[in-house]
Every structure is written in structure tokens, then in C-alpha cells.
Write a protein that binds this ligand. Structure first.
Ligand SMILES: *Cc1c(COP(=O)(O)O)cnc(C)c1O
Length: 438
């Protein structure tokens, strides 16, 4: 042991203790997912004396359950059987395999763009996309929504150019910032289509109008919308007929598409420049064929099938409806995200623990810095594979936890049910789901 080891270690344990004191030390749940039983999974408690048991996951970002879709499993199994485990190199040095080239074509087509470029995660695609685009524009000014995701903020930092922040979804503020700049100056507006903690949506058309009026470039993060919105799963820009009005669309392969990876799609020149300059793309090994083939299978399925989207929206609406009717403080929003507000880190953690221990329901507490202090919450994400029986259990369990912890109820609210379009009636999507319900 080096004489200094103790001194070094003291810094790390002090840093961790600080998080514990602030009640924001993260504890991970060890879950064994099973594609055929999702959203049921096997939970292994940290204490080895406690035996593993089944829990129902209500906070997965595998929003549509595509990670376990039969088409996706078949594509992944086939790809690993044929191509083996890895990619064999970086994109430049022997790692550009056909499945990733096909995936990039699939993504360009999804967003009706000339080209797309795949990265190892959505986080990396924002870091690389934003920093490279902004640093290639002379004297670029980045104008960023106040609630943009950490990966976008890291991209801005790395770009090293001037930055201004507009109030969340505040187009009047955005316009003031744009109007104060010379028309010829390069300006890059960064925003998300769907903000994943409150579940609210950006005024995309108004932002596109301002970009046109003031000669700015637009970059949108559609991570929480791709696969889930639009006739082919192209996100909110597709749903609103705005894909051609946004310059760069960024997305993930890890949420609605159930796999791993991220991407940008845009004009051929922009994508080629990022491909050529971004170190986060150049100096790292390509995603393997097994992963890219499964992502592509999910995208292809969701381009032609509306079943998963319809059932997803139906379950999200049914969940909000049921929780509100029980007098629980759901934050209203127009999306599939169901935030249940608690407003205190320790009580949020206690509610999550009690749901798991007493009711075998897993909902991770969301605390600062993911959300602002005082807006701690349980973030519930219903999927097409949750059944009405799962939902009934959830409501009963949460009501019990609310009583046990003496959390405030609201007066019961009745949410008007939006009917899905007749052509997209919710159907039982997966053969496994029928089994699960039996
Ligand atoms: C999750 C997330 C990302 C990162 O995507 P990954 O594929 O998980 O790395 C980017 N942007 C937003 C808004 C996200 O929520």
C-alpha cells in the first residue's frame, strides 16, 4: 500500500458521502430482464440473504418493448450467427460493415433526409453532432433551450463557441435572442421535441419559423419520440409534417427502438463533415452487426406497424386516467410520460423503496440533478406490454404507498379519454403478452 492511499481514498469517500447527505446517492436495481416476460423481470436485492423475486418494471425506456420483439430477436440472432460478436474495428479501419450501412440508409429514409450517421449512443451523437457542427461554423452562436439534456450541454461545452440559453419552450425569448444578432452570423438553435421528465413538447413549427426568419440552423433531439410518434415512427417532426424544416434530427436506437446507439440525420454535406471531423465517431469501434441489425429490424417494424404505437398511447392514457381518478398528483402533459410528483428527495426514495419491497413494483426515484430540487418524482412509463391487470395492481400499490407515507392526495380528476383513430385500435401486440395475461 502506498503511504498516500488513505489520503487519496478520503477524497472519493467524501465525495460519495456528500451525495448520501444530499439524499441523491444512486442505488441501482439489479434486474434480470426476460424478453418473453417483459415488463416482469427478476430482481436480485443487494442483501444476499434476500432471495431474488419477480417485479413489474414501470420505468423502462424500452418504451415499446421492442427489445423483446420477435422480429428484433430474430434479426439479432441471425446477425450474430453470421457475423460473430464484434465489428472488427473503427469505421475507418475495417469496421464499416454492411448492416450499419443499411441501418444508416434506413434512418435517412425514416427522417426523409439525404444521409444519417450512427454513433455508439445517443449521448455520444449529441456530443459529437453539436460540437462538430458548431465548431465548423465560423463565429457560431449556439442558442439552447434551458431544459436541454446533459448530452447536448456537453456538446455545447466541447464546441467552445459562444452560447445563449432561452427559457424553456419560450419562443418570444428565443426571438429576442435571434433578433439581437446580425442576420449573417451563424446561429445554431438546439432543442428537444419531447422533454422526457415533464413529458411536454416543443413548439417545433414556431421555432422553425424563427429559424427561417433569422437565418439560423436548427438541431432537434427526438430521442423520446422516435419510433413512438409519426405515421412511420419518425417522431414529432414527422407527425407535424416538419421534418424538412429542421436541419439536423438526432435520435437514439436505445429507447423506442429497444437496442443501442444514436444517430444524426440531415443534409449530405453536414453528415459528411461530422463523419470526417468528429473524434467521438472516428476513434472508436463501430457498433457490432448484432446491435445494428436489431435496431434496423425495430425501425422497419415500426415504419409499417402502428399497433405498438396505438397500444402504447392507449396504456399511457389509461395509466394517467387511473392515477388521476385515484387522486394522485400526475403532472398533466400530452405525451406517453406519466410523472407522479412528490417534491422531496427522501420521500421520493422512500416511496420507490416501498413500492419495490411491499408491492414488487419497480419505479426508480427521479431526483436532482435530473430534475430541479423540489420537483422530485416517480416517472412512470407504461408500455404496450403492460396489461390492464398490471395497471390495476399499480394504482392499488401507489395508493397504499401514498397512505403509508402520508403523501398528499389531490381531488380526484377525470381526464377526458382521447380515442385512438379507428384504424389504429389498440390490439394485443405480442403473442407473449397474451401468455403473460393468462
Ligand atoms: C437518453 C437521452 C439521450 C442519450 O441517448 P442514449 O442512447 O441513451 O445515450 C439523449 N438525449 C436525451 C433527451 C435523452 O433523454
Amino acid at each position: 500500500m502506498k503511504p498516500n492511499d488513505k489520503a487519496y481514498n478520503a477524497h472519493f469517500s467524501a465525495a460519495v458521502q456528500k451525495l448520501k447527505d444530499e439524499k441523491r446517492y444512486r442505488v441501482f436495481a439489479n434486474l434480470e430482464r426476460n424478453a418473453y416476460r417483459f415488463p416482469t423481470a427478476l430482481w436480485r436485492p443487494e442483501d444476499p440473504s434476500e432471495s431474488p423475486r419477480d417485479v413489474t418494471i414501470w420505468c423502462s425506456n424500452d418504451y415499446l418493448g421492442m427489445g423483446g420483439h420477435p422480429d428484433v430477436i430474430a434479426a439479432a440472432a441471425n446477425a450474430i450467427g453470421v457475423h460473430g460478436a464484434g465489428a472488427g474495428g473503427t469505421r475507418n479501419i475495417s469496421g464499416t460493415h454492411n448492416p450499419i450501412v443499411e441501418l444508416e440508409r434506413e434512418l435517412a429514409d425514416l427522417h426523409d433526409k439525404e444521409a444519417a450517421l450512427v454513433f455508439t449512443s445517443g449521448w455520444i451523437s449529441n456530443l459529437a453532432g453539436i460540437s462538430t457542427i458548431a465548431s465548423l461554423l465560423p463565429d457560431c452562436l449556439i442558442i439552447s433551450d434551458a431544459l436541454n439534456h446533459n448530452s447536448m450541454i456537453e456538446g455545447i461545452r466541447r464546441a467552445g463557441c459562444e452560447k445563449q440559453v432561452f427559457g424553456h419552450n419560450d419562443v418570444a425569448h428565443l426571438e429576442r435572442l435571434l433578433a439581437a444578432q446580425p442576420r449573417e452570423r451563424a446561429k445554431l438553435i438546439l432543442f428537444e421535441s419531447l422533454y422526457s421528465m415533464d413529458g411536454d413538447m416543443a413548439p417545433i413549427a414556431e421555432i422553425a419559423d424563427l429559424a427561417e426568419k433569422y437565418n439560423a440552423m436548427t438541431y432537434i433531439d427526438e430521442v423520446h419520440a422516435v419510433g413512438m410518434y409519426g405515421a412511420r415512427g419518425g417522431g414529432l417532426c414527422e407527425r407535424e409534417g416538419l421534418m424538412h424544416r429542421i436541419d439536423v434530427i438526432e435520435g437514439t436506437l436505445a429507447k423506442g427502438f429497444g437496442a443501442l446507439g444514436g444517430y444524426i440525420a440531415g443534409k449530405a454535406e453536414v453528415v459528411d463533415a461530422v463523419r470526417s471531423y468528429a473524434p467521438q465517431f472516428i476513434f472508436t469501434t463501430t457498433l457490432p452487426p448484432m446491435v445494428t441489425a436489431s435496431a434496423r429490424a425495430a425501425i422497419r417494424r415500426l415504419k409499417t406497424s402502428g399497433e405498438e404505437r396505438a397500444r402504447h398511447q392507449f396504456m399511457a392514457m389509461a395509466t394517467k386516467h387511473a392515477l388521476m381518478a385515484a387522486g394522485l398528483p400526475v403532472l398533466e402533459n400530452p405525451s406517453h410520460i406519466v410523472p407522479l410528483m412528490i417534491g422531496d428527495a427522501a420521500r421520493c426514495k422512500a416511496a420507490s423503496d416501498l413500492l419495490m419491497r411491499r408491492h414488487s413494483i419497480y419505479i426508480q426515484p427521479i431526483n436532482y440533478p435530473t430534475v430541479a430540487i423540489g420537483s422530485e418524482r416517480l416517472r412512470i412509463t407504461p408500455t404496450p406490454r403492460h396489461t390492464e391487470a398490471h395497471l390495476a395492481d399499480l394504482v392499488e400499490a401507489i395508493v397504499d404507498v401514498w397512505r403509508e407515507l402520508d403523501l398528499p392526495f389531490t381531488s380526484a380528476r377525470i381526464l377526458p379519454m382521447r380515442r385512438p383513430a379507428p384504424s389504429s385500435e389498440p390490439a394485443c401486440v405480442y403473442p407473449q403478452m397474451r401468455n403473460a395475461a393468462e
